[in-house]
Design a protein. Structure first.
Length: 1207
């Protein structure tokens, strides 16, 4: 009513068309050309009821528009709305013409990056952006005649400002059809009367009339029944004056009745028209850096993301050091416990870090341990003994000390070894050490001789290990050069004898150095007897000439001469005869070399009696040299090949052809195969590789194809198909990269759950589907998927660092348009800190980054090996990884969350797998029996749950309730599936395994009734790499080190299945078991298992071969003697001298290529042979290479290798 019937008549100086009723066919929407004309009438005052036009707080006569755009909250409380309205009713508006007020023309408010804009320019751009027609077209649409001449637009204005039209004509290329509707309409303005021009008059009038006529609820519409005729007439009488007077505190006589017009008779006339010259100056154009305030947070966040993995890596390094320290303490505690008279010697223990001087450029930190017995030891930080100096045979110990006070040093002269040089931090520490050493020596009635000298002199004369080593190398080199470089009877020329040669000839070997040269321990009886034979002058050292004579004997001597040495070694008392006792000691020393206790004293005597009887000497109690030759006659060929194997020798002085013929593994006939040419070899290698790893290649190809497709699907979608949506406007290609990497990493992290479904993998192994899935490589596939996920995680993180930088540079009004998921409560622009720490996406992203760093860094093999509990704790964070991954996308900041799409199915499968594990996990089982076996092995036998089914070769995760109830460790079952109990054999190595052994040690229980046995909780069983052995007619099993554990169950299951008449499902017709170990010691329990297996193997399906790898060389003197005794004992008793088993013992490592060829020849009637190995990765890799090499021959049977890495 006010606008149509009060304001428009004033604006147009003509009445508004009368109302003719509601017209439903009229559209009331406002057009783009509506109302921009009003911009020209905006004035550049305030008055009170007493007509006092007050000045502003700054002293200006009025408020300036350009300076008060956003200051209403400051102005209104100061002056009140009444004064502002009274001032507006008295202030004269600007003329309605073609000229805009300067405050909106070039001083209009703008964004922070460009604080001033031009309203006219904005109107023109807005019309063009929205497709508004040109000036003449708009005139035609309102039934106005088009303008054909520039002068016709406004003749009155043209007469006064012709240059204005000339400029417009030039600007629009002299084409009236290109003139903007806004420009043309403004130029039309009636300059003389101060009214809108023809076009804007028509537009404004037509728009308001349409709004009125199209409104069904218009107050004049009597047909809607809202108002009566009397009420309509009353509404028409209401003026804007009435509203102001009735709704505010403005007095009636303070403003004129028609507030849109001011006449001379109206109250409170304006003193003068305001102009920009007398008003407050406008704020000049200013720019704004939208990233202002985000620079420091951005740098700090980047540094935080950089240092998080570094800090976590340092924590990982710290836990390794912590675990090593705990192991050292445990080891030291065990040594102290095992040391006799520890309490007595404890007061001499010197526990202080010093530096051992090795040579001029190398020192190392060590701890010095005085005692036990008459010795000094140096220990490294890992608790390992570096040096052990024994001065048992010396009456006094000579020590040199430096006179320097800075970094004082001590040199200890070793009677039979190189010198020990120690450097201390200060004089006090050295004094304390010498006092401890002297008190220790007095306890053994020995004296300490101290010689004072200077540091330079001491170090120059010190016999260091390096100097001694060089001298010994020269010693051996000269001996071999004299032996093999000169003809018989030839002597070295005098000029060739240098000072170095003379020094070497004066050098002598101690028993320890001689033992090291043989690769044996000094306390071995064999070494002692050999040393006594070589040391002809019995001075306790081997001179150069004595060693040279021995080398010549073993390299060029006759078998009788070598046999004489053996005789002399056995003849301890030197009476030219050896009795059975001396021969027993010698044979026992050989058995000790093999590190086995399988032979009792009676068995050794029986062996010797058998050797005597075999040569008709059973009635003799002692042997002369001739008798000894007669006994060893059948081994004459073996003695021909005897050599002395010493470190430092540059050539092999052994008859290797004889030895190879004598000790070829398994007596395999070496059939020469024609050597294929290079191309065929490479082609066979490629084909074999593809055949052997075809499943791995296919699954990896599928995985990487899916990952790549997921990445590029999102990348293309956001790059080309979503350019106009959401934050794609400001993030550019960054959001395409991050969304692509998000899809790939979502798939990878979800797939990780499937690779760790142990129960699912175990079930798949039991069905035919396992033939098409490489289940043995699920851990390797888990690592590949994890590293791929880590790669995309890094890309995602770097991408979002760039994306959030772009978002932080945007005005808030743009952000409101680009993202509808965030509600900005104020006009304050969010900084980078807000996006990182104030949004769900940013904050959860930081948490996820920390979790990923912890999981991946603590999964490093070193941390897993040294600090397994920390690795498992860090890996348990995967729960939070998936929880925060689900939370991460809930804010929908960069798009709709999609992680749940990939996660839901693997999560359900993984949850069911965990439920299956929990069913057995919470069941506590009784310990039936425990046994402490030799070599720190503990056997634990416990109840078998009624529904517990497993295959031999499978493993479980076991927890003992005596310790942490949540600490599970992976252990292989050593009981067989047909047995009604479960058992494991645990080697005490780490803290948990030692606690387990100590707990079951009967000596630790004062009263067993007060200490009942704990309960066992387990998870599993889980599939092992060896569980499919029973499916092959021919199987080869190779165990190395601790890797023999699964075969305790497998071999028992094998002989049970093949020796019983009932159906067992075992398809094996022949099984070869190869046990590779440094010695039999530490595996006495497994020898007992093999002994029981041999007893039950009535069908002879199992063939066992044991390989002892402890010796320095296969065919030196001691190995040959071992072979002779073993061969004789095997022949007369049909079992091994070392193990008591029927299994054949071999010295050295097996030639797997030759063995597999042997199997291939013996069993050519089958299509494939299963090869199963368990042990260190080096062993399984060697077996894999041997299978690959044999398969390259393209002959049947084909070898299928399945393995499991232990240790």
């Amino acid at each position: 009513n006010i606008i149509l019937y009060e304001y428009l008549p004033v604006l147009f100086d003509e009445p508004t068309p009368p109302y003719n009723g509601f017209k439903p066919d009229i559209h009331p929407v406002s057009g783009l050309s509506f109302w921009p004309y009003n911009d020209t009438s905006r004035p550049l005052s305030k008055a009170n009821a007493k007509c006092n036009f007050r000045k502003t707080s700054s002293g200006y006569p009025g408020l300036r528009l350009c300076s008060t755009w956003w200051d209403s909250e400051e102005i209104l409380p100061e002056i009140g709305v009444e004064e502002l309205l009274m001032g507006l009713s008295s202030q004269i508006a600007e003329r309605e013409d073609s000229v805009l007020c300067s405050d909106v023309r070039d001083k209009l408010f703008g964004p922070m990056d460009f604080s001033r804009r031009d309203l006219a320019a904005l109107n023109i751009m807005r019309g063009r952006d929205n497709g508004l027609a040109d000036y003449n077209t708009v005139r035609r649409s309102f039934n106005l005649q088009p303008i054909k001449n520039w002068t016709q637009i406004n003749p009155y204005l043209y007469a006064r400002k012709p240059e204005l039209f000339d400029q417009l004509s030039t600007l629009y290329g002299h084409d009236l059809d290109d003139v903007d509707a806004y420009v043309g309409g403004m130029v039309e303005s009636d300059f003389e009367r101060g009214r809108p021009g023809e076009l804007f008059r028509a537009i404004i009038k037509e728009q308001f009339v349409r709004i009125r006529d199209a409104d069904r609820f218009w107050f004049e519409n009597s047909q809607n029944g809202i108002f009566t005729e009397e009420e309509i007439q009353e509404i028409k009488k209401i003026r804007f004056f009435d509203i102001l007077v009735n709704s505010t505190a403005i007095p009636v006589d303070a403003i004129q009745p028609n507030v849109f017009l001011f006449r001379d008779s109206d109250p409170c006339p304006q003193p003068s028209q305001l102009s920009s010259k007398v008003l407050e100056p406008c704020v000049v154009l200013a720019g704004w850096n939208y990233f202002h305030g985000s620079e420091l947070p951005y740098i700090l966040v980047i540094l935080l993301l950089t240092f998080i993995p570094i800090v976590v890596a340092l924590l990982g390094y710290g836990v390794i050091k912590l675990q090593n320290r705990r192991r050292r303490k445990l080891k030291a505690k065990q040594e102290m416990t095992n040391t006799k008279n520890y309490d007595k010697l404890c007061k001499y223990y010197f526990n202080c870090d010093v530096r051992e001087w090795l040579h001029q450029n190398h020192k190392r930190y060590v701890k010095v341990k005085i005692g036990p017995e008459e010795s000094i030891s140096t220990i490294n930080r890992k608790g390992e003994t570096l040096r052990h100096i024994n001065f048992k045979d010396a009456n006094s110990l000579m020590v040199e000390v430096t006179q320097d006070s800075h970094k004082p040093m001590v040199l200890i002269r070793s009677p039979r070894d190189h010198d020990l040089v120690l450097q201390f931090d200060n004089i006090g520490t050295r004094k304390k050490f010498l006092a401890k050493l002297e008190a220790f020596l007095l306890n053994y009635k020995k004296t300490l001789e101290i010689i004072h000298t200077y540091k330079d002199v001491m170090l120059a004369n010190a016999e260091t290990k390096e100097k001694r080593q060089k001298r010994l190398e020269h010693f051996f080199r000269e001996a071999y050069a004299l032996t093999f470089g000169l003809k018989p009877g030839e002597k070295r020329k005098l000029e060739e004898v240098s000072n170095d040669v003379i020094m070497v000839m004066r050098t002598s070997l101690s028993k320890k150095e001689f033992a090291e040269a043989l690769g044996m321990k000094p306390d071995s009886l064999f070494v002692k007897q050999m040393f006594n034979c070589v040391d002809k002058d019995k001075d306790g050292r081997i001179s150069f000439q004595e060693f040279l004579d021995t080398v010549v004997l073993f390299s060029r001597g006759k078998s009788e001469d070598k046999l004489r040495i053996i005789f002399d070694m056995c003849d301890n008392d030197g009476n030219a005869v050896i009795d059975k006792l001396e021969l027993t000691k010698m044979l026992r020393s050989l058995v000790d070399i093999a590190k086995t206790d399988s032979m009792a004293e009676e068995e050794v005597m029986d062996l010797i009696a058998g050797m005597f009887a075999a040569t008709g000497l059973e009635n003799k109690e002692e042997l002369t040299y001739d008798d000894f030759k007669l006994m060893m006659k059948e081994y004459r060929g073996d003695f021909i090949a005897i050599g002395l194997d010493c470190k430092g020798a540059k050539q092999n002085f052994l008859d290797t052809s004889t030895n190879i013929a004598r000790m070829t593994s398994f007596q395999i006939n070496q059939l020469p195969d024609p050597e294929p040419n290079y191309v065929i070899r490479k082609w066979n290698f490629l084909i074999t590789y593809l055949e052997e790893y075809r499943q791995h290649i296919v699954y990896l190809l599928i995985f990487f194809v899916i990952t790549t497709v997921l990445f590029f699907e999102r990348f293309v979608s956001y790059t080309y198909l979503s350019e106009h949506t959401d934050l794609r406007h400001v993030m550019g290609y960054g959001i395409a990269v991050t969304r692509g990497s998000a899809a790939s990493l979502s798939f990878c992290y979800s797939l990780l759950l499937l690779t760790m479904c142990r129960n699912l993998i175990t079930k798949i192994r039991e069905i035919p589907l396992h033939q098409y899935i490489p289940l043995d490589s699920h851990v390797q596939f888990h690592k590949i998927v994890a590293m791929t996920a880590l790669f995309f995680t890094v890309i995602h993180t770097v991408g979002h660092c760039i994306n959030f930088y772009h978002v932080s540079t945007q005005p808030i009004e743009h952000l409101r348009c680009l993202t509808k998921e965030l509600n900005f409560e104020s006009d304050s622009k969010p900084t980078f800190s807000f996006w990182i720490f104030g949004t769900v996406t940013g904050l959860s992203g930081i948490v996820l980054f920390i979790i990923v760093c912890v999981i991946f860094i603590f999964a490093h093999p070193k941390i897993r090996q040294k600090a397994y509990s920390y690795f498992w704790t860090a890996h348990s964070l995967y729960y939070w990884l998936f929880i925060f991954s689900l939370i991460h996308g809930l804010a929908k900041l960069t798009g709709t969350p999609r992680f749940w799409i990939f996660f839901i199915i693997p999560a359900i499968i993984f949850a069911f797998d965990k439920i299956v594990s929990l069913q057995a996990k919470h069941m506590e089982l009784d310990v039936l029996d425990s046994e402490l076996l030799p070599s720190d092995v503990t056997k634990v036998k416990f109840s078998r749950p009624p529904s517990f089914k497993y295959l031999s070769g499978q493993w479980i995760r076991l927890c003992c309730t005596a310790f942490k109830k949540s600490e599970f460790h992976s252990l292989t079952l050593t009981s067989a599936p047909h047995e009604n109990y479960l058992s494991v054999h645990v080697k005490a190595q780490g803290p948990w395994t030692w606690k387990l052994r100590n707990y079951f040690d009967p000596n630790n229980f004062e009263n067993k009734a007060e200490h009942p046995l704990p309960k066992i909780r387990l998870e599993g069983p889980f599939g092992g790499g060896n569980q499919d052995w029973y499916k092959h007619e021919i199987a080869v099993m190779v165990g190395g080190g601790i890797g023999v554990t699964p075969y305790a169950s497998i071999l028992n299951d094998l002989v049970f299945g093949t020796s019983t008449n009932r159906y067992s499902g075992v398809a094996c017709k022949k099984v070869y078991f190869l046990w590779i170990c440094p010695s039999h010691r530490h595996f006495e329990w497994f020898i007992d298992v093999l002994r029981d297996v041999e007893r039950k193997d009535v069908t002879q399906v199992l063939e066992v071969h044991i390989f002892i790898t402890q010796f320095f060389h296969k065919f030196d003197l001691r190995t040959t003697m071992l072979y002779i005794c073993e061969n004789h004992f095997q022949r007369i008793s049909n079992r091994s001298m070392f193990t008591g088993l029927k299994a054949i013992n071999h010295f050295g490592r097996p030639d797997m290529n030759a063995f597999l060829k042997f199997v291939q020849k013996q069993h050519s009637y089958v299509s494939k042979v299963g090869v199963f190995s368990c042990g260190p990765s080096a062993l399984t890799q060697t077996i894999s290479q041997a299978c690959e090499t044999t398969n390259n021959r393209r002959k049947l049977p084909y070898f299928l290798h399945q393995y499991e890495n232990f240790g």
